[in-house]
Design a protein around this ligand. Structure first.
Ligand code: COA
Length: 145
């Protein structure tokens, strides 16, 4: 695996962040128009970390500050051509380390059903369910820090 460079996002990264998120979510075969609308309205005003390979953004994650000791991992998107290359692991481990640094005791998120196996590989477990913005019931996953 080519080790990605991790850095916080700059305001100028916004178009590329939306493009990566759109391509990444569409990887699971969801309706293209629906995914496009979702990507356009994604809230990017959070703490976002970027993974770059050869100077290009190929993945990113977003973390919300801890509330009652739990940080929320609000996004984790790897561009399709970089899926399966270990970048998701690098960003996930960085989010864990950063949440710990912020004083959190756990990291939690709503998982896409197709990504549950990945998160289980990261040591996480399903702790509940939540209704998504698309009206789907999604697994809520958590890892202790
Ligand atoms: C889910 C996602 C973030 C994983 O990132 P990735 O870079 O492809 O994952 P890695 O290459 O680091 O994989 C780490 C391990 O998890 C496994 N894994 C990866 N994706 C998996 C999946 N969808 N289901 C089951 N196992 C998976 C890998 O085989 C690997 O196992 P190994 O250590 O035995 O080799 C990435 O596939 C993605 O962005 N998918 C589309 C968007 C998405 O679903 N994002 C998450 C929203 S909650």
């Amino acid at each position: 695996m080519t080790e990605p460079l991790l850095r916080p996002a700059d305001p100028g990264d916004e178009p590329r962040l939306r493009a990566v998120a759109e391509a990444s979510k569409a990887h699971w075969g969801y309706d293209a128009e629906r995914v496009g609308n979702w990507a356009e309205t994604l809230d990017l005003s959070r703490e976002i970390w970027i993974a770059e390979v050869a100077g290009e953004i190929v993945a990113w994650s977003a973390l919300l500050p801890p509330s009652e000791g739990i940080c929320e991992l609000d996004d984790l998107w790897v561009e399709p051509r970089a899926i399966g290359t270990g970048i998701g692991t690098v960003l996930f481990r960085q989010a864990e380390a950063h949440a710990r640094h912020l004083g959190a005791r756990a990291l939690r998120w709503e998982a896409d059903p197709n990504a549950v196996g990945f998160y289980e590989r990261m040591g996480a477990a399903v702790v509940g369910t939540a209704t998504s913005s698309w009206g789907r019931s999604l697994p809520v996953m958590q890892v202790e820090l």
